[in-house]
Design a binder for this molecule. Structure first.
Ligand code: AMP
Ligand code: ZN
Length: 114
């Protein structure tokens, strides 16, 4: 089966501006940033969407959030504020079906989202 685009980023077949990586996750700059800071934090393992998470992924999901928080401090948006987003399926606008946590910051955002 053809690898998904984020699996190719994990393996290095496709380049990305990585800002963090460890044995379980990779974080890189979004190619089409929607804010001055727009980072995607993804598991190395291919999980298509939030709906596919299992109880055994609890630690991994917590790790994604903590890595995003750490990057928010490094990028100096922790105090001003930031948004963490997990889009699941079509109503949310999920376009890449490899779980990814968006970290958006550096500008004022509106609520509710469009
Ligand atoms: P979503 O709508 O939640 O599935 O978001 C997918 C995100 O992946 C979008 O913000 C895209 O700009 C981003 N994206 C797609 N391809 C790449 C890539 N090759 N490198 C970095 N970000 C990407
Ligand atoms: Zn994948």
């Amino acid at each position: 089966m053809e690898k998904c685009i984020f699996c190719k980023i994990v393996s290095g077949e496709i380049g990305a501006k990585r800002v963090y990586e460890d044995e379980n996750v990779v974080a890189f700059e979004d190619i089409n940033p929607q804010a001055p800071v727009h980072i995607l934090v993804i598991p190395r393992r291919h999980i298509e969407r939030v709906n596919d998470l299992k109880e055994s992924d609890e630690k991994l999901v917590g790790h994604l959030v903590l890595v995003a928080k750490r990057i928010a401090f490094e990028k100096k948006v922790a105090e001003s504020g930031y948004r963490l987003v997990l889009n699941c399926n079509s109503d949310a606008g999920q376009a890449v079906f490899h779980l990814h946590l968006h970290l958006l910051g550096g500008r004022r955002m509106t609520w509710p989202p469009g």
